[in-house]
Design a protein around this ligand. Structure first.
Ligand code: HEM
Length: 303
């Protein structure tokens, strides 16, 4: 009970999804691929980060299904939101990560609330008497079901739009600061309705990606949604107005499935707070809680 909240969160995930040695406590099922990123000239005016200087930066990415269940069917509602984790390998040997998913905003604003939501879900199996613990949680956290309602099953990991949710702060060469939220936009967005998704084979997303990459590369436009001075940055459960300016940061090209995805994903650790000069965390408390929880999960899956 006195454990740090990051550990309590991973314990709650283990309770909800079961313990599956060697797998992530959340987003357990995934596939690794490789490619590159090339920034647009606009990116450098917002951030001095080496990532945005226009050179071609090799990347390792991992697409994933939600939950800590390693064999969750890709078309199940449980597998929403799908994730995209990107590791940028910079010329100086440094790395920086982006860990984003298909929710437009997060169900809750703090680590403690996220832990409580996971525990409420774990205490609310289909047989639980009504109102369930999760019904009670929702009554005091109305954004939780609203957030989940923003996701659908995509036709392909490549046909989904992914959102950064947590705000980061870009700093440019002049020292100007701009809060942003990331968006990775696909060439086309293709969603399935729940009935159609349920009919797809259990690994249809995982199997489709290497097949698609063998034919042609997959591209995403990495963008930054800019905060206005009126926008808060500390609550990822509150989206910014859709009218906010969006700047194209560059193109992410994924061209090769990793030859040994299962082994590769085990060794990979993506951290939302692994940043480089020119990109800073905002005051959103989830960034630190996420970093801590991902590290706990990593140490348990690689004991
Ligand atoms: C309090 C908030 C959150 C907590 C505690 C949390 C916790 C976790 C944990 C423990 C993992 C497994 C990490 C590992 O073993 O490497 C994970 C994976 C992941 N999470 Fe979160 N998460 C949170 C919020 C978010 C948000 C806001 C996003 C998206 C914007 C997100 C996207 C992902 C993705 C894409 C993965 C898979 C990463 C990979 O492929 O290695 N999470 N999360």
């Amino acid at each position: 009970q006195d454990a740090p909240v990051e550990e309590q969160i991973v314990d709650a995930m283990n309770k909800l999804f079961g313990v599956h040695p060697g797998f992530r406590a959340n987003h357990a099922k995934g596939i690794v691929a490789e490619g590159s990123f090339k920034a647009s000239p606009d990116a450098a005016s917002l951030s001095k980060a080496a990532l945005f200087d226009g050179r071609v930066i090799p990347v390792t990415v991992r697409f994933s299904d939600a939950t800590g269940i390693p064999n969750v069917p890709d078309g199940s509602g449980l597998a929403n939101p799908h994730g995209l984790a990107i590791k940028f390998h910079l010329p100086d040997g440094n790395e920086t990560d982006m860990v984003i998913n298909s929710l437009k905003f997060f169900p809750v604003a703090t680590g403690a609330d996220f832990r409580d939501m996971l525990l409420a879900l774990a205490a609310s199996p289909p047989t639980a008497p009504k109102p369930t613990k999760f019904d009670e949680f929702v009554a005091s956290h109305p954004n939780a079901p609203r957030a989940q309602a923003t996701v659908q099953t995509p036709n392909s990991f490549a046909d989904e739009q992914y959102y950064g949710i947590n705000a980061f702060v870009f700093v440019n060469k002049k020292g100007e600061r701009q809060a942003i939220r990331y968006i990775a936009a696909p060439e086309k967005l293709v969603h399935l309705d729940a009935a159609e998704a349920a009919k797809r084979p259990p690994d249809f997303l995982i199997d489709e990606l290497p097949a698609r990459l063998a034919r042609a590369p997959v591209t995403f436009h990495l963008k930054a949604q800019l905060a206005t001075p009126a926008d808060q940055t500390k609550d990822g459960s509150q989206p910014w107005p859709e009218t906010n300016k969006i700047v194209e940061l560059g193109v992410l090209t994924i061209d090769k499935a990793a030859p040994n995805s299962l082994e590769a994903q085990k060794e990979l650790l993506f951290l939302p707070g692994r940043l480089i000069d020119g990109i800073e965390p905002s005051d959103d408390p989830l960034i630190d809680v996420r970093d801590g929880s991902y590290a706990v999960s990593f140490s348990r899956r690689n004991p």
